[in-house]
Design a protein around this ligand. Structure first.
Ligand code: GLC
Length: 843
């Protein structure tokens, strides 16, 4: 009887309470679940009242209001944490979402006057009025934000008593904040619909939505209860650290108010004071963790299909890529590689010799990634199941049995990833695929997604024994995906300590970025889903998940040549670039529709390949600062509020502006070009922003713009089959009056030596005036020396041959291409500690 494991009577009563209340129904799709948050005061909302007592604590203050304890602390000059703990619950801030628990003590000045306490860090201030207890924030400029609604503030919903006991999970908790006119919300992780989330209601509860999700669907596979608010160029952010069913109402029910609520647990929220959007993301990813450096190979193009059915099919796909000289770095094996979908096995008829097959593909420059689902087939002759059962690693029903449901293999048990022993066991199971040569793991169906009823997830009363701290599924549901990804990443790290793990996940919670990249699940081969991916990926980037991508070409349904080609034109700029499609759909490898589509896709994929040094530089910026890789225009132009509504364009890093075509038949589109000088990549036409333009965009020439004077590092075009030549490195520059710069980041592309200084960071600037272009390559920082002989400057749109070109003061013979109006300067790669100065006299 599993209850014997429960450590305390309190936990037993929790289980009992849920059983009495909830029975054992299943949680079905979307918002259809039992522990719903009541929506108005009429349903029993009780705001926190007067703070009767207050005392100083570390960097903040602890207040008592009735049976509630409220703690407000400054963790950093621009980061505050607020916790509401009801009925004497312990003040516990540990959360799977949080990467950084210990903060250096922030200097806080506290004061009190007129019934108000104030904590000031210098950069920001929190003001706490005591009767009733209400909280608001201010930055150094006096801007007030995240201000509690005066009447409702924080509070809870009184629940009906059940058999004399408070309902199992404690009351639902909620926080009401004022919504000043003009404040606009973004973020919220993985969403349908457009970029801006003002006036919307957002649900955070991971599900595997039925095919064809659209703006009528709310929650999807991953939950990140985090918003970024923008107004007048200034930003602030709020993260609700609660893994229960969470809802945000963003000035939707009430235009003057937003609320942030959870179906149970403590109300713990973090406020990021900005005022820049960059600093909000920087702190948010310091708190929840940053994206680890990717292995360089993973930035290439990935090809997948549900499924490449056997070894010969996989070989032939690989062969086609190489024969057609189309770049591809990674191939995927979906569920058919397994023996009856039993995880950690191979179907030996379809794949008789996996190590041999993978070695062959490695020879050709491919990495192979295999899918792993959490469901373990209930089968007495299957070692993985037997081990899990014997060691009690699976989730339990409320009365102590193993919880079973149906997924691909039939009846399955599900690892309890809240237990560290289970994670370690699951992790150790990855030894076999790694020994076979598998390069990365794809965690799927980890909401978890269940088939009975179809597209459901676990009932709230499933029990996770954890590490001696049992939890109901309702309490940790949104974490299941992240915990599976964590087990996987930790295993790959431990088993191959010299390699950077490659883990992809469909589901997760805030902080997932520490463990895995995310793809946006099962989209459809629809123009609408091509469009939707643009704001979706931007909001993910604004929510700390920067390494993201949607399935290129669309997963469900038949794609068509124009759609696939247009999707590729966008997809090659996704941080994660993978083409994937479902069983029984039309093939969508890049050659599937012949010419001219194949050549266009190949051109775009070659561009992706060439851009890898740029992508890697932007990736490293994200790893270091939390800045999204694929970012909305307002990330770089927060003072221009026109950009807040630009949802169908994005920036890749800060130097490339992409405005994909997302509708059938369109050959022109409106593009908003933000401030600065930009050049159209294909024609070299110069555009001054801010401006609205009509861009001509025939198939094969999607609107792409390069920021003037910003060097874009490029690899050469792939010249050999399966090779990624890196010499020479080209610095593509479109000069225009003014200056720009990029700090090129390079390292070994795998492993961790970069953490010991084995990297190269070099600032490259370009300054253009009426009569000269000066490009400077600063001294290199770090001890990594790239293995190449040459760096080429490719300076475009130089109207006439330069009068002279000097390299470090020495005149050289200019190399000028009239037709392309391009000046090439070939420089030897120089060692660390040496700078290069190139001056081209132009008139
Ligand atoms: C899920 C995944 C999809 C995968 C399929 C079969 O639907 O989202 O990518 O191909 O399962 O494993």
């Amino acid at each position: 009887m599993v209850l014997a494991y429960y450590s305390s009577a309190a936990v037993r009563s929790v289980i009992e309470g849920v059983r009495v209340n909830a029975g054992t129904q299943h949680t079905i799709g979307r918002e259809g679940r039992r522990l719903r948050v009541a929506s108005t005061e009429r349903e029993g909302y009780r705001p926190i009242g007067r703070a009767e007592r207050s005392e100083q604590c570390d960097t903040g203050v602890r207040l008592q209001a009735g049976t509630a304890t409220v703690e407000v602390a400054a963790l950093a000059p621009d980061l505050f944490r607020v916790g509401l703990f009801l009925n004497g619950r312990p003040l516990d801030y540990t959360s799977e979402a949080i990467a950084k628990m210990e903060w250096e003590l922030t200097q806080v000045q506290s004061s009190s006057a007129n019934g108000e306490l104030s904590l000031c860090t210098g950069a920001a201030r929190v003001r706490i009025s005591l009767d009733p207890l209400r909280i608001r924030f201010e930055d150094a400029s006096g801007r007030v934000f995240a201000e509690d609604d005066p009447e409702r503030g924080m509070g809870f919903f009184a629940r009906p008593k059940v058999g004399g006991r408070e309902e199992a999970l404690g009351p639902a908790v909620r926080l009401y904040k004022r919504h000043p006119a003009g404040e606009r919300y973004f973020g919220c992780g993985e969403r349908t619909g457009g970029l801006e989330k003002t006036a919307s209601h957002q649900i955070f509860w991971n599900i595997d939505p039925p095919g064809g999700h659209n703006p009528g669907h709310n929650n999807l596979y991953t939950s990140i209860p985090f918003i970024v608010a923008m107004q007048d160029g200034k930003a602030w952010g709020l993260f609700l650290a609660n893994t229960y069913h969470v809802e945000f109402d963003l000035a939707h029910e009430d235009v003057d108010c937003s609320w942030f609520g959870a179906a149970g647990g403590d109300l713990i929220y973090y406020v990021f004071c900005g005022p820049s959007i960059r600093s909000v993301l920087d702190r948010y990813t310091e708190l929840t963790g940053r994206t680890p450096m990717a292995p360089l190979w993973a930035l290439g193009y990935h090809q997948s299909r549900y499924s490449y059915m056997d070894a010969d099919e996989l070989r032939s796909v690989a062969h086609e890529f190489r024969r057609r000289r189309i770049p591809c770095d990674v191939l995927y094996l979906d569920i058919h590689y397994m023996d009856g979908y039993r995880v950690f096995t191979w179907d030996r008829e379809r794949f008789p010799d996996p190590p041999q097959l993978i070695a062959e593909l490695q020879e050709q420059g491919f990495h192979v990634v295999t899918i792993i689902d959490p469901g373990v087939k209930v089968d007495d002759r299957y070692q993985v199941y037997l081990e899990g059962r014997e060691q009690d690693f699976f989730c339990k029903t409320a009365d102590g049995g193993e919880y079973h449901n149906v997924v691909w293999p039939g009846l399955c048990a599900f690892p309890d990833f809240t237990s560290s022993a289970t994670r370690a066991w699951w992790g150790s199971r990855h030894q076999a695929p790694l020994d076979d040569g598998v390069a990365g793991i794809w965690c799927d169906m980890n909401e978890p997604s269940l088939f009975v009823p179809f597209h459901s997830t676990m009932p709230d009363d499933v029990v996770h024994l954890g590490d001696g701290d049992p939890k109901l599924h309702a309490q940790i549901h949104n974490l299941y995906g992240s915990l599976m990804a964590r087990a996987t990443r930790e295993a790959l790290q431990a088993l191959c300590p010299d390699r950077r793990p490659f883990v992809i996940s469909r589901s997760g919670f805030a902080g997932l970025q520490r463990h895995a990249l995310l793809w946006t699940g099962d989209n459809n081969s629809w123009w609408e889903h091509l469009w939707m991916s643009v704001p979706q990926l931007q909001n993910l980037g604004l929510s700390g998940l920067a390494w993201v991508g949607a399935d290129i070409g669309g997963f469900f349904g038949d794609t068509n040549p124009e759609l696939l080609t247009r999707w590729m034109e966008l997809g090659v700029f996704q941080p994660f670039c993978r083409n994937h499609s479902a069983l029984d759909t039309r093939r969508q490898e890049p050659w599937a529709f012949g010419e001219p589509y194949e050549s266009i896709m190949k051109k775009m994929m070659q561009l992706r390949q060439r851009l890898i040094p740029y992508l890697y530089t932007v990736f490293e910026e994200c790893h270091r600062t939390g800045a999204p890789i694929l970012r909305p225009l307002f990330f770089e132009n927060p003072d221009d509020e026109t950009t807040y509504a630009v949802e169908d364009e994005f920036l890749l890093g800060s130097a490339l502006l992409i405005a994909p075509i997302t509708r059938h038949g369109d050959e022109y589109r409106h593009v908003y070009v933000p401030e600065g000088t930009w050049f159209h990549l294909w024609s070299g036409k110069q555009i001054e922003g801010p401006s609205h333009i009509l861009a001509e965009a025939p198939l094969g020439e999607p609107p792409i713009y390069v920021r003037a004077n910003t060097p874009i590092p490029l690899w050469p075009e792939m010249s050999h089959v399966g090779e990624r030549p890196a010499d020479p490195l080209t610095l593509l520059i479109f000069p225009a009056a003014g200056q720009g710069e990029l700090t090129l980041y390079e390292d070994a592309g795998d492993g961790y030596d970069y953490q010991q200084g084995f990297y190269s960071r070099r600032r490259i600037t370009c300054e253009t005036s009426v009569d000269q272009i000066i490009v400077r390559l600063d001294e290199r920082k770090g001890s990594f020396v790239p293995e190449r002989k040459e760096v080429h400057l490719e300076i475009r749109e130089v109207p006439a041959p330069p009068e002279s070109v000097h390299v470090n003061g020495q005149q050289i013979v200019p190399e000028y291409d009239d037709g392309r109006r391009t000046l090439i300067v070939r420089l030897p790669e120089v060692g660390a500690g040496t700078g290069v100065n190139v001056r081209a006299g132009i008139s």
